[in-house]
Design a binder for this molecule. Structure first.
Ligand SMILES: O=C1O[C@H](COP(=O)(O)O)[C@@H](O)[C@H](O)[C@H]1O
Length: 233
């Protein structure tokens, strides 16, 4: 694990730009395509600023979601809806390159459908992402994997549904830990004093909280943390 301390949010964006550029171009050079998993929450604004600065072959990108809220695409809570509005117009990405959730169905059905869509995208049932871009809530959750929730030990499915998310909206789908820990690279982008206590509990005190369980098997893990969030490290 590499912890990268930066001064502020602008530096988080700069670091993301250089890391994603390198990882995407390596993936395209070595395997001909690039599979990335995007998160929601505060990470969205960083990515909508950093990704358009990247020099890459956008046509080789497939973009899926580490988790997604089961809401209409035009809802402010829809993670895809936000990237569609704030990222796509700034790049030459096409909407069809995003693996999106089925609309108008239950979380359970959306999760099952998402597994099928990922199988098509990856050409098989091993979902090996080149890069997952992750956020962490002040309670230590990542994706839609919350402290103390039974989904933390879910290993029978690659994408699970949740209808009792402690953070609204309650219905979501999420990648499970076996998929997260099968990624080639995972990057957390964390900012602000509101995350400082949790950053310390996970990175210094090594408490067993969901975000700390991301340890890609044979892959690389980076935590980009700004000064305010890293204050207790
Ligand atoms: O609800 C969610 O929360 C986490 C963390 O969000 P943040 O705003 O505290 O950064 C996010 O990573 C996840 O994708 C999202 O659905």
């Amino acid at each position: 694990m590499t912890i990268i301390k930066v001064s502020d949010e602008q530096e988080i964006i700069n670091k993301l730009t250089s890391y994603v550029q390198k990882i995407s171009n390596d993936a395209i050079y070595n395997r001909g395509n690039f599979y990335i998993g995007l998160s929601g929450g505060s990470v969205v604004k960083y990515l909508c600023e950093s990704l358009p600065k990247i020099d890459t072959d956008w046509s080789k990108w497939t973009l899926a979601f580490c988790d997604e809220r089961v809401v209409p695409e035009d809802s402010n809570d829809s993670t895809f809806g936000t990237y569609k509005r704030d990222l796509i117009p700034k790049t030459s990405l096409k909407e069809s390159q995003f693996v999106t959730i089925k609309q108008g169905v239950s979380a359970e059905e959306a999760a099952k459908d998402y597994i099928e869509k990922l199988k098509k995208a990856f050409g098989g049932d091993e979902f090996k992402f080149d890069l997952l871009l992750l956020g962490m809530g002040p309670d230590g959750h990542t994706c839609s994997l919350f402290p103390g929730h039974p989904l933390l030990t879910e290993a029978s499915v690659s994408v699970a549904s949740i209808t009792d998310s402690p953070k609204p909206p309650p219905a979501r789908i999420t990648l499970t830990f076996p998929v997260l820990n099968n990624a080639r690279n995972c990057i957390y982008a964390i900012s602000g004093s509101g995350k400082a206590d949790m950053v310390k509990r996970i990175l210094k005190d090594k408490e067993d909280l969901p975000a700390g369980r991301v340890k890609p098997d044979g892959g690389s893990l980076y935590w980009i943390v700004d000064e305010a969030a890293a204050v207790h490290l």
